[in-house]
Design a protein around this ligand. Sequence first.
Ligand code: GAL
Length: 682
Amino acid sequence: MEQIFPGVVRLTFGTPETDTPSRQIYVKPPRAEALAALPPAEFPFGAESIRFRTAARGCRLELPLTPAEDVYGLGLNLKRLRHTGKKRTLRVNSDPATDTGDSHAPCPVYFSTAGYGVLVDTARYASFYCGGNELLNAEAKQENDGKIRLTEAELYAAGARSSAPMVIDIPAARGVDLYLFAGPTLLDAVRRYVLYSGGGALPPEWGLGCHYRACGTFNEEQVLALARELREKHIPCDILGLEPGWHTHAYSCSFVWSKERFPEPEKLLQELQENHFRVNLWEHAFTHPEAPFHGELKPYSGDFKVWNGLVPDFTLGEARKAFGEYHAEQLTRRGVSSFKLDECDNSDFISTPWSFPECSEFPSGHDGETMHSMFGCLYMEVIDRACREAGIRTYGLVRCAHAFAAPQPFVLYSDLYDHAEFIRGVTTCGFSGLLWTPEFRHATSPEDYIWRLQAMVLSPAMLLNIWMMPNPPWRQLVRERNVENEFYPPEEQERLETLTREALELRMRFLPYLYAAFAAYHFEGTPPCRALAMDFPEDERLREVDYAWLAGERLLVVPFRAGMSELTMPLPPGVWCDFRTGERHSGEVTLKPELGELPILVRENSVIPLADPVEFVENGMQYQLTLRVYGSAPEPARLFADDGWSFDYEDAAVPAWGTVDADGTLSAGLGKRYSVKAVERL
Ligand code: GAL
C-alpha cells in the first residue's frame, strides 16, 4: 500500500499488465497542490480487507461493501445512475442500448456513498458485480437483517443490500493496480480522482457558447448561407460544425477538403472567422488511402482495416506524429479550432461489425480490447496537441473516453436519442470525470424541441447537431419533412425561432457562471454537473434522482421532457429558491413550468451573475452582469477572469479567481472582464 498523494493510495496485486490506462501518454500530472488542500480523510477499509486471486481466465478482486452503501460511477451510463446490486461489464459499444455497463465511455472507477472511490487500472472489459453476489465462504461482516421477504421486489431489494462485496472480474490480466481515493465525503473522493487525473478540462469561453452543426451534405455556399442566416436572425452561435462532406472521402477519412464541395477552404475559414465562428470539423481516425500521411502511418497501424482505412496505433510516437503533424499543418494552423472525433468507440454488437475486432494486434503489443478502451483518450490527446501547436485552446466532441480523461477538452455524445437517457447521461458522467451533452438533432413536436434545447442550457455543451436536416429546425422539426422542404406556416416558424433564440440566449446568460464552474473543475476537481447524490449522499431520497443535476456551486436544474406537465421531487437539505420568482421551497418541490421555462432552483443566500446575452464570445471581452440575489445573507459569487481564450490560466502566477458580492462589488482584477449593471433582489 503506497500513499502517493494525501488521500490517494496505490495497491498492487500480482503482476499488472503493461498496457493499462495509467501508463498511457495521455495521462496528465496530478494537481498536487490542490490534492494537498483537500481535507484529511481515512479510508473506510484497509488493504487487508481486499482479496485478490488469479485463475486461467484472468484475475479477481473482492472489496468490502456494506449494506448501507450505494455505488456510482463506472463511466457514462445512459441506462442507470446507481449500480448497487448490479453487474456492469465495461464494454465499449457505440450503441449502448442495454443496461449492462456497455457504454461509449466505460470507466473502471466507482464511488461509494460511504465516501471513497476505487480506480481499477485496467483497459480490459472488466465486470463489476456491485454487491449483488454473495460468496459461499465469506467471513461476512454484515448479515442480512433476518426478515422474511414476501415479494420478489423485497427479495431483490434485500439482495442488493446484502453483505455481498464488490467483485471485479478482469479478463486476461495476472495482476492489477488499484487506486483508492479517500473522502471524507463522496464529492471529495470524486475531486481527488479528478485532481489525480490532472484536473478537469477548462474550455475556452467560446467552447461554452452555442454550437450548430451544418447538414452533412452542405457545400461551401450553403455553409456560408447558414452562417449568414444565424447572424441575421441573431441566433447565438460560437461554433459551426461541418460533417463528413468536407472530406474528399469519409468512412474512412481522407482529411483533405473536397474540391467539389469546398473549392476554397481558406476563404471559407477566413470568412467564418471574421464573423466570429469557430470551425469544428467532423472526422474519425480511420485513415483512407487518399490521406496524404497514409504511407507514413501504415507501419504503425493495427492489423485490421476499418472501412478500408488504417487504424492508427496512437500509443506509438510515429503514429501520433504522422496524424498530429498533418492536423496541425493543414487544419489547425489554417483556422480550424476544434474537431468532432467520431466512431472511436466500437461497433455496436447488433449490426455488421464495422470497427476493429478485440483480437486485433497493434505494433505496440496492444490488443483490440485494450485499444478500444483507450482509443478515444489516445485520439483526444493527439488532436488536443495539434490544436495547442497552433495556439488553440480547443473544446471538441468525442464518442469514446475512459479513465484519466478529465483534463481532455472534449464532450461525449451519442447516436441514441431517448431524452430521459440523455438527461441521465449528465448525472452519471460527473462521477468519472467525463462531460456529456444531451444534444438536439430533430424533434417530434415543438414541445420536444424546446425541452431538448432547454435541457442543454446548464450542461457541458449546447449542441444543435443538425447534420441530418438541410433547413434550420425552426422551419421544420420533423426530419423527413425538413428534408422535403415542407415548412411550418410563417407564424409557427417565427414562434419556434423566438423560442430557439430564448433558449440559446439563456445559455449565454449563464456563461460567466458556467465558466467559473469549469474553472472549479480544473483547479479544484469539482465536476460542473453533478448528480444530487454526489453532494448529498447521506440523503437516501436523492440517491436515484437521475433526472436533475447540480450545475456549479449554486444551481439545481430539473430539465423537463415532452409529455411532462408536472413533477414533484425531493430537494436537498436547506432552502431552494425558484430562479425566476424567488419562491422558497424546502423538503420537496412541485414544478409546473410553462413551455420553455427550464426549472432552475437556486441555493438560498446566493448571488447568481447573469450576463447580457451575446451572440458570440470575443477574446477577452467584458460581460455586462445583472446579479440576481436570493436570500438575506447572500454569499458572494465566484468568477474566473483569465482572457477566456489563451493558455495563460495554466500559469499559476496569473491570478484569475475573484468574487462579486450582492452589492455588485467586484474583487480586484475582475473589472476587465466583468461589469455589474444591475442588482435584482428576489
Ligand atoms: C455519426 C455521428 C453523428 C454524425 C454522423 C455523420 O457517427 O454520431 O453525430 O456526425 O456520424 O455521418
